[in-house]
Write a protein that binds this ligand. Sequence first.
Ligand code: NI
Length: 191
Amino acid sequence: MRRMSRDDADMPWSPDKYTQALHFAARAHHGQTVQGSEMPYLAHVCNVAMEVMTAIASTSDRIERPDLAVQCALLHDVIEDTDVTYEQVETAFGDVVAQGVAALSKDDRIGGKSEKMTDSLQRIKDQPREIWMVKLADRITNLQPPPHYWKAQKIREYHAEAKGIYEALGEANAALSRRLLAKIEDYRRYF
Ligand code: NI
């Protein structure tokens, strides 16, 4: 993987860009925890970045813009889940990253959970493949044992939604789609 005219030109992604996005996300998500646990929310964000970086490092597909994928992974929930605005992301990281994060954010003006997801998937599909990868990585990360208070129907709906993500975006990256499919199959144990 070669990059042009950069100090880190021989690295698969830029450690400095990773750190900039991580610190921005850490400030934005400060005090938040993962749903149904006491885990700091930043652990979720780092896990999504790790899944994306593992896919970049795998030999299945060549990724054109690894830094876009890594930064959007770290920032993917800041617009949806914090006070951070599109403009703030754009100022700090530029318009391509900001548009990626915006596409990964559900639009609260749309009523209905499945309508929100359909709309978000459609907007992600209008983005570069690096953004599709973040959505795949996000759902891989979220297919953990469900919170104890989730009812059977909610678990089945989450499983079906994951399949929809796989079908819509799986072609973006072979390593992530294989991994998501395995997680989807495994999730049946919680039915
Ligand atoms: Ni997420």
